[in-house]
Design a protein around this ligand. Structure first.
Ligand code: SAM
Length: 208
């Protein structure tokens, strides 16, 4: 697997794992300037660990939907360029703000990802749209935010089956979500995120 510039496999006390360079955010192991990117705590980390072809090569402009307290988006901001982080819950956003304190190109936005018109004036066209919103209507959120992606940009989405329907079989949910995504994106790759995240599907796609 080729890792984007700024992400390396690093040894942390005898355990090797993905790592980025930056200040720690969630109590992850560190070694000098490197901090471990835990794939059990991060769907994008799991996608990389599973060898999905994310198309990331470092330095890209990113819009991240569902940033929560910044676990994953802080790693993204460690290797990417301007990183806009949308989160609609005020509580995790407070922690996200402290992760952004020493990351000068991480921009937290207290916004609803279903209302892109409320941040369209702030967010520039992006190379990568990362989505981890764990809410009903995940395909719709991706469709609504497609407008920010450059023509050859990438959508890197983690779809949580239980957020769509707690009772349906995850496979059936994924099929429906991918079919809806397919109206707006060309699907390049999908993979289940087990063993890191149960009932999640990783999706790599390009805008149509
Ligand atoms: N991506 C995070 C990480 O890896 O560190 C974890 C994200 S958590 C699974 C999902 C987050 O999406 C929650 O913090 C939730 O508040 C947020 N979210 C759900 N629906 C949203 C929406 N419509 N707009 C913005 N954030 C939303």
């Amino acid at each position: 697997m080729t890792l984007p510039a700024g992400i390396e496999r690093h040894d942390f006390d005898g355990e090797t794992g993905l790592a980025t360079r930056g200040s720690p955010v969630y109590g992850e192991p560190t070694d000098g300037e490197w901090r471990r990117w835990d794939p059990h705590r991060s769907k994008l980390g799991a996608m990389l660990e599973l060898g999905m072809d994310t198309g990331l090569d470092g330095d890209e402009t990113v819009l991240y939907l569902g940033a929560a307290a910044g676990t994953t988006v802080s790693h993204v901001a460690d290797f990417a360029g301007p990183t806009y982080a949308v989160e609609f819950a005020p509580r995790p956003l407070r922690e996200l703000l402290s992760a952004a304190e020493d990351r000068d190109h991480l921009f937290p936005l207290l916004k609803d990802a279903r209302r892109p018109e409320t941040y369209a004036h702030v967010v520039e066209p992006v190379d990568v749209l990362v989505q981890d919103v764990a809410t009903r209507g995940q395909a719709r959120v991706a469709a609504l935010n497609r407008q920010f992606l450059t023509e050859d940009g990438r959508l890197l989405a983690a779809i949580k089956a239980r957020s769509e329907d707690v009772t349906a079989a995850p496979e059936a949910v994924f099929e429906d979500v991918v079919a809806e995504l397919d109206d707006h994106y060309e699907i390049l790759e999908t993979d289940r995120l087990t063993p890191y995240h149960e009932d999640h599907l990783g999706v790599v796609a390009q805008p149509r």
